[in-house]
Design a protein around this ligand. Structure first.
Ligand code: SAH
Length: 244
């Protein structure tokens, strides 16, 4: 009677942790999200039961229903796996599930996953921190608790890269609020769609063009000078931070 909260990474099964693969191979039941890749699902023990609790974007949340389901399954199976895209605790509501389970005396194990917040930029050739160009990275969701909007104006930070998850639908607001907060309209942005999956696509633009880009979820939006980088093109690094 243990529940494992397991990170599935950004999509490609090669980006799973060794521990995640081991637990998927001995699971009795796996409760997974919509964003978990098909190749990851193939690693689940064939006779394990599978329950898809994926929510469509914009659909109302049924987190309490998922918590109840996990509690019920923990009473019926030895090894229950809750498999979530990326890292289970980066906008994945893993914390709420852990608390609900622990309160019922259920043993909870966690397996960190590679978050799209860091993997998506890197797979697009963007290093979110870079000496001389970005001293830090701020990871935010554009959709706050209860579906309310996040205020991006105070997040217009010089020398700090902004990585926005769940931001595609709000890209016009993100762009205008960051400019109002003081970011230059020409600040580089990159939108990385479906990182590590078939269909991965990178769109680079300026902050004042973000609203008009033809981009689709799931995507990570990167804002800051590093968004213009492509590590495959080394000269661009030199341009950004000065030859050294
Ligand atoms: N726990 C997840 C994030 C869940 S929120 C993690 O750590 O990655 C869902 C958001 O994550 C999506 O709206 C999108 O912004 C981002 N996302 C997840 N997988 C992605 C992928 N393969 N490529 C780009 N963005 C992704």
């Amino acid at each position: 009677m243990s529940v494992y909260l397991v990170g599935a990474g950004p999509g490609d099964a090669d980006l799973l942790t060794v521990r995640a693969v081991e637990i998927l191979g001995r699971a009795d039941v796996v409760v997974h999200d919509r964003l978990v890749g098909d190749d990851v699902l193939k690693l689940i023990r064939p006779r394990a039961a599978r329950i898809d609790v994926g929510k469509k974007p914009g659909a109302s949340s049924s987190q309490s229903g998922i918590n109840e389901l996990l509690i019920e399954l923990a009473g019926r199976y030895d090894t229950v796996v809750r498999l979530k895209g990326g890292d289970p605790f980066i906008f994945g509501r893993g914390g709420e599930e852990a608390v609900a389970l622990s309160r019922c005396g259920i043993e909870v194990h966690v397996v960190p996953g590679i978050s799209s917040a860091f993997a998506a930029p890197l797979l697009a050739g963007i290093t979110v921190t870079h000496r001389g160009a970005s001293q830090g990275v701020c990871v935010v969701t554009a959709t706050a608790e209860g579906g309310s909007a996040v205020d991006f104006e105070p997040l217009a930070l010089a020398n700090i890269t902004l990585v926005v998850l769940m931001g595609v639908a709000q890209r016009s607001t993100i762009s205008s609020q960051l400019r109002r907060g003081g970011l230059d309209p020409s600040t580089a942005v990159a939108v990385v769609e479906s990182a590590s999956r078939v269909g991965q696509r990178v769109t680079r633009a300026r902050l004042d063009e973000l609203a008009t880009l033809d981009v689709y979820a799931p995507a990570v939006i990167v804002v800051g000078p590093v968004a213009a980088l492509d590590l495959g093109v080394v000269t661009q690094l030199g341009d950004l931070v000065g030859a050294s």
